[in-house]
Design a protein around this ligand. Structure first.
Ligand code: NCD
Length: 360
């Protein structure tokens, strides 16, 4: 099913050439921001943030303001009609009638895709639960392009909460589409990368290995991507506390790394990188956050100028089947068509990518 509008729900809905075009534009904007100061004059962006955010929300807002456009929206659903019980479809339908582009962050997987199905303007996914975060990945790609001068032939260490961290999910999917990238996944057994992401890496032609020790692999890495343990996605405080503080990057561990390795982090940092690492020239996370503003300027501009139509759904409706992921949007918004790709007894939910096995 194609929408009438271009959307960014999952980067892999678009060809790599489209990402490369965005990166080129982002780099141009970074070098000559004044040239773009009025590119979105008269345009309005709606930000619907159902979940806390500092960088993503503010960098999107700043991006639109620096392009000469304006911004409306909420960052606390408790102060909007959501608090009165309004469903996702109605909220997005209304705001898409006011705004030229919507940016949405939501705690439930598949929410941005669900919103895009009926929105009357482009929708950008700014994070849907523990699922995907494509604009953080664009930020990461621009950081790698500028700081490492390449997007291929890299050994990338991913460390922390690989199960719940949406930023590493999107990053792996994207970087496996560039040649010769190798991922070293560093996590506890409980927080390993989900299998649908490993499948996507294999399908893209990337390779990976898994380990529990950061120290042992440190000297192999071109990039170390640290992540926070995603406290809000744990069922209990106890389970979170059992994982907290397993991996902490310190200046001592940095001594094991290559001289030109870079440390990235989507932020916010809790305590997985000590503040004393910040002065190391290889610490790239604050610069990375700034690159996020430029790539979001490129993205907004592209979405507003494009007449492309995005294919949102590829599978078919299975009315009697329920997605088994309790954190999938189809289990919260009952009107959504239950759509799955795949055939027979092995289906994949089109909203959250959760695989399910049907019993007959
Ligand atoms: C990340 C997110 O929201 O997923 N933050 C961000 O967008 N920069 C990472 C996180 O919250 O840990």
């Amino acid at each position: 099913m194609f929408s009438e509008f271009p959307h960014l729900i999952d980067l892999n809905d678009h060809p790599v050439s489209w990402w490369n075009g965005l990166l080129e534009l982002g780099e141009n904007i970074l070098r000559n921001p004044a040239l773009y100061a009025n590119s979105c004059k008269g345009k309005l962006m709606g930000t619907l943030f159902y979940e806390p955010s500092t960088r993503t929300q503010m960098s999107f807002q700043t991006a639109m303001l620096r392009l000469g456009g304006t911004v409306i929206g909420f960052d606390n659903p408790a102060t909007s009609s959501v608090a009165k019980g309004e469903n996702l479809k109605d909220t997005t339908k209304i705001v898409s009638g006011y705004a030229d582009v919507i940016v949405m962050r939501h705690p439930i997987a598949g929410a941005a895709k669900a919103a895009a199905l009926t929105a009357d303007c482009p929708v950008i996914n700014a994070g849907d639960g523990g699922h995907l975060h494509p604009t953080q990945t664009l930020t990461d790609l621009l950081t790698l392009k500028v700081e490492k001068k390449r997007l291929s032939g890299l050994t990338i260490g991913l460390c922390g909460d690989l199960y719940n961290g949406r930023t590493v999910h999107s990053l792996c999917k994207a970087m496996s589409c560039y040649p010769d990238n190798h991922f070293i996944m560093i996590s506890t057994k409980e927080l390993r990368m989900p299998s649908y992401i490993k499948d996507a890496i294999r399908a893209g032609g990337g390779t990976f290995e898994e380990t529990e020790s950061l120290e042992e692999v440190m000297d192999k890495l071109d990039v170390l991507y640290m992540t926070r343990i995603q406290k809000e996605r744990f069922a209990s405080e106890e389970e979170y506390l059992a994982q907290k503080d397993t991996y902490i990057l310190t200046p001592k561990k940095m001594q094991l790394a290559k001289k030109d390795m870079i440390v990235m982090h989507p932020l916010p940092r809790v305590d997985e990188i000590t503040v004393s690492v910040d002065d190391d020239p290889r610490a790239m996370y604050f610069k990375q956050a700034k690159y996020g503003m430029y790539i979001r300027m490129a993205l907004i501009l592209t979405m507003l100028q494009s007449t492309a139509r995005t294919q949102l759904l590829r599978g078919r409706e299975h009315p009697g089947v329920t997605c088994q992921n309790p954190k999938c949007i189809t289990n919260f918004e009952a009107y959504l068509p239950k759509r799955f790709t795949g055939e027979g007894t092995t289906l994949t939910c089109e909203y959250c990518d959760h695989g399910l096995l049907l019993k007959h």
